[in-house]
Ligand binder design. Structure first.
Ligand code: TXA
Ligand code: MG
Length: 359
């Protein structure tokens, strides 16, 4: 499927073994990978991203390398990293791995504190992208990989995006697996309390998907007593209110209020890129304020929207806009991942921005 994939994977594996960084595709976004057992390599990730060292990383693991993978195979695969692997964990794994779901467990004592930000838990996921799987299988170890962007910026969904994020690192090895299909980061579920499955980061696998396929009722952090989930550590760096942000200010407008949002710009020199649901009629020329604006059609389906969200924010960032104006996503759990990213990306960008943080 991928030309020279074999040779490239060999080189990538060698780079990881030598303590270097390798950017690679996953089905969600590109990751910036390092050997999870090498503290020096892990430090390089934090330096390259400009990420505070107390923000934990996800360990990526391979799917067992044979057909008919069962619970015992997964348990063996996890044994090096996680303790107290519950029945619920195995149900989630059987239903969703490999795929865009990250699970947080109590960590095994062998797991380096450098990668957990000093916490006693570890986040693990088995990505579905074939190139990621090829890399992980051949490497035979865990690969820590945050999204391959500078801290706080938009996550990359193509190899070219990764290269532009790390322009200064001309020797960074980037495996090119094309555009990421899911387009936003994995759903994160915390199983470490042993009692509840708690949603830490919404993604395209929703609590309803989980309930339907496993019978497990996922809790939101707000539903539980503060003492069980709250501590002062930044469990999920994406939970900082401002995150995933393009350089151009992004604001959200309420459905049907696009003209009001445009009217907030008395400056006729402003150039505004306006995202508009493709199912809705164009804004048209009449009755709008004198700012220069262009309509960007957006898919009204949450899966299609997620898959192009970061792509379009990056593309718009390359153009000469003073502002990006996007519609608030509709209500409904299938939009929670997208809504979360848009709210964080727009945080602090002025009157129409939505300042609610969801976790
Ligand atoms: O889709 C994804 O998850 C992508 C691809 C590359 O796999 N990775 C990703 O990594 O989004 P990153 O580092 O950008 O975000 C991982 C999130 C962080 O917000 C981090 O705080 C959280 O996972 N995390 C990692 N370990 C954790 C832990 N032990 N407990 C709670 N949250 C954790
Ligand atoms: Mg990230």
């Amino acid at each position: 499927m991928i030309p020279n994939g074999g040779t490239e994977i060999n080189q990538a594996v060698q780079t990881l073994r030598d303590g270097g960084l390798v950017a690679f595709p996953t089905e969600t976004v590109y990751g910036l990978g390092a050997d999870a057992s090498n503290p020096e390599a892990i430090k390089k990730i934090f330096t390259a991203k400009g990420r505070p060292s107390n923000h934990p990383l996800i360990v990526h693991i391979a799917t067992p390398d044979h057909d008919d993978v069962g619970q015992a195979d997964w348990t063996a695969q996890l044994a090096h990293w996680a303790r107290d692997i519950s029945e619920d964990a195995l149900k989630l794994i059987n239903a969703f791995w490999p795929g865009p779901l990250t699970l947080v467990f109590k960590k095994d004592k062998r797991v380096l504190t450098e990668l957990t930000g000093g916490q006693d838990t570890v986040a693990i996921r088995a990505p579905a992208h074939p190139l990621a799987q090829g890399l992980l299988r051949q490497f035979k170890g865990g690969v820590v990989a945050p999204s391959a962007n500078r801290f706080g910026k938009v996550s990359p969904t193509s190899a070219a995006d990764v290269r532009s994020e790390f322009e200064g690192m001309s020797d960074l090895m980037v495996l090119d697996g094309g555009d990421c299909k899911v387009g936003i980061e994995s759903t994160i579920i915390d199983l470490s309390s042993g009692d509840h499955a708690v949603l830490l980061r919404p993604g395209m696998i929703t609590p309803s998907d989980i309930l339907t396929r496993t019978g497990i009722q996922v809790r939101l952090p707000g539903e539980l007593a503060m003492s069980t989930v709250a501590n002062n550590l930044p469990k999920v760096s994406g939970s900082l209110r401002a995150h995933y942000a393009p350089a151009t200010p992004l604001r959200l407008y309420q459905s049907g209020r696009v003209l009001d949002a445009l009217c907030e710009f008395p400056d006729t020199k402003s150039r505004v890129a306006v995202g508009v649901w493709e199912s809705e009629s164009p804004i048209g020329e009449d009755g709008h304020p004198s700012v220069h604006f262009e309509e960007i059609p957006l898919p009204s389906d949450s899966t299609a929207f997620a898959s192009l969200l970061y792509r379009s924010l990056r593309d718009l960032d390359q153009q000469d806009w003073d502002l990006i104006l996007f519609p608030e996503p509709p209500a409904g759990e299938e939009w929670d991942g997208v809504r979360d990213r848009l709210q964080r990306a727009s945080f602090g960008s002025g009157p129409s921005s939505n300042n609610h943080a969801s976790n």
